[in-house]
Design a protein around this ligand. Structure first.
Ligand code: MG
Ligand code: MG
Length: 272
């Protein structure tokens, strides 16, 4: 079921989303070769609690951690471990927060040291596809318009779009309707309605779209062991247009990344 939010509720959701953004910014200062994802997980939990939030994933469906950290061929839902992060790794860090009764949920894939050029390209294209998809989240469009745009763009590079895992509506529950697949046909699915908030999150594989679940019953990996990328934003439909509630700017500030994607999007959310 789609549950539209009032403008007051959207402001609360912005605060939840921004606490996740700030947490990912803190992670950007800590994530490096030799650090374990379990260490990052502990720091994230402390940071969220110190800032008045509750870790949103911890305990949800039995999740044992604050972060989900998916390294290299891991797609999503990677459980933090004692394995030190290595030079050349790519690490998707997905984080949820519950604050003022509303969830925030977003993710960024970090590059550690010298990442292979073809993997860098996978990350770049996946992040671009996130904004391409978000621009289709507008009045008059339907759920699969977003997925179609993401699929068309990423498949043009020969990448695989994961089918089994999808984005979702967001609110007082981490997962509300509608499901937001990263694939689909134009003009299909539920009509978008004013005030709805969604998590749009392309999960894109360098090779096959097929995935497997590891024995921990959480971690999802690519079937061919090739790398995967994951970027996620929270977006509200306001005055018929997509409005970003989360931001990667805290990460960019720490890493010295010059990216105009978000600025250009905020200036002109409907035009590519
Ligand atoms: Mg997430
Ligand atoms: Mg999500």
């Amino acid at each position: 079921m789609i549950i539209p939010k009032t403008s007051e509720e959207i402001e609360l959701m912005r605060q939840s989303a921004l606490l996740v953004s700030k947490t990912l910014g803190m992670i950007a200062t800590e994530i490096k070769e030799g650090v374990t994802t379990l260490e990052l997980d502990k720091k994230a939990e402390e940071f969220i609690r110190d800032n008045g939030g509750i870790p949103g994933f911890l305990g949800l469906y039995g999740c044992p951690s604050t972060l989900l950290t998916s390294v290299n061929e891991q797609v999503v839902h990677g459980l933090p471990t004692n394995r030190p992060i290595e030079d050349g790794d790519v690490v998707s860090v997905d984080c949820g927060v519950l604050m003022n009764e509303f969830y925030g949920d977003h993710a960024y894939t970090f590059e550690i040291g010298n990442v292979a050029p073809e993997t860098k390209k996978l990350l770049k294209v996946t992040k671009e596809s996130l904004y391409i998809g978000i621009r289709e989240f507008k009045a008059g469009n339907r759920v699969e318009d977003v997925g179609n745009a993401i699929q068309k763009y990423t498949e043009s590079f020969g990448y695989g779009v994961v089918r089994e895992l999808v984005g979702h509506g967001l609110g007082k529950k981490m997962h509300e309707g509608p499901e937001m697949p990263n694939y689909g046909k134009r003009g299909r699915g539920k009509l978008f309605i004013e005030g709805m908030v969604v998590a749009i999150e392309p999960m894109i594989n360098m090779g096959t779209k097929n995935i497997k679940t590891l024995k921990d019953n959480w971690t999802i990996v690519t079937a061919d062991k090739k790398p995967s990328a994951h970027f996620e934003h929270n977006v509200a439909l306001v005055n018929g247009k997509p409005e970003l509630l989360s931001t990667f700017q805290y990460i960019y500030d720490v890493l010295g990344i010059k990216s105009e994607e978000e600025n250009e999007f905020r200036k002109n959310p409907l035009v590519l």
